[in-house]
Design a protein. Structure first.
Length: 265
């Protein structure tokens, strides 16, 4: 260590965090969270509270390694293909995804609706698998996408079973139907515990009602499956059928997976 260099500060677990590594991860997570939107250098630096000169050098390094990409003018940045390779490697090795995916395919075939598997990550859910309905088309692919847990049936199903993960405050609304108060969230979680499933009524996507079912094969619960239905396709009879089929799918999944203690994310 040079005379003017300061030791790295202890990280959250007591180890000495490597600042350059942490900053690199902050850049990647920020760009990934932009959901493919092209982003200027100024926006990245401002979001991280970092000097533009050092942010530029870091971005250029990540571009050279393929973790970040830029368009021909070099003005805008977005997540690169190396991040995709890392993400698919995570999904490919995950035994829960391998277990759940064929059952989701059966559910999709039975109901004609789109179904998902997601996992809690801090205060968000990350979509790990989606089987799309052939009855209608979606605009945005889901796998790898993050959404606030409090605005999804997936997240609320998990939080109902995992109260230690309930956030202290609500995330910003995603639609005009999103709940904005903790009291409304607690009411939703109480209803989920009573019924065995959670509902979001156009809270993350206008025109969709979603039914989420926690997968209780891990302790604490961090995974859930859901069925998304366009409002125009939803009748009382179809809703009852969705709940019946999804409950059966959850039982099949849980019966096939041993319970494993999992650290809270």
């Amino acid at each position: 260590m040079g005379k003017n260099e300061q030791p790295e500060a202890p990280g959250p677990s007591g180890f000495r965090e490597v600042k350059s590594a942490a900053r690199t991860l902050e850049v990647l997570e920020y760009l990934a969270g932009r959901q493919g939107m092209l982003t200027r250098l100024r926006e990245v630096a401002d979001a991280l509270g970092a000097p533009r000169s050092s942010t530029y050098a870091l971005l250029q390094t990540l571009v050279a390694w393929g973790w970040v990409q830029t368009e021909p003018t070099g003005t805008y940045y977005s997540i690169g293909i190396r991040a995709l390779l890392a993400g698919t490697s995570y999904i490919d090795r995950d035994p829960r995804v391998r277990l759940v995916h064929p059952i989701l395919a059966d559910v999709c075939s039975t109901l004609g609706e789109t179904v998902h598997l997601a996992r809690l990550d801090r205060d968000q859910v990350v979509y790990l698998a989606t089987v799309e309905s052939h009855e209608y088309t979606r605009v945005m692919p889901r796998v790898g996408r993050r959404l606030p847990a409090v605005h999804t049936s997936l997240g609320k199903a998990i939080l109902a079973e995992n109260p230690a993960a309930v956030p202290a405050q609500m995330a910003p609304a995603l639609t005009r139907h999103s709940h904005t108060g903790i009291a409304a969230l607690e009411a939703d979680l109480d209803a989920a515990r009573e019924s065995g499933h959670a509902v979001d009524d156009q809270e993350n996507t206008e025109g969709l009602r979603c039914f989420g079912f926690a997968l209780r094969y891990d302790d604490p619960v961090v995974d859930a499956i859901s069925c998304s239905v366009p409002m125009g396709r939803l009748t009382p009879e179809h809703e009852a059928r969705i709940i019946e089929v999804m409950e059966s799918a959850r039982s099949r999944i849980e019966d096939s997976a041993p319970v494993v203690a999992t650290p809270i994310t």
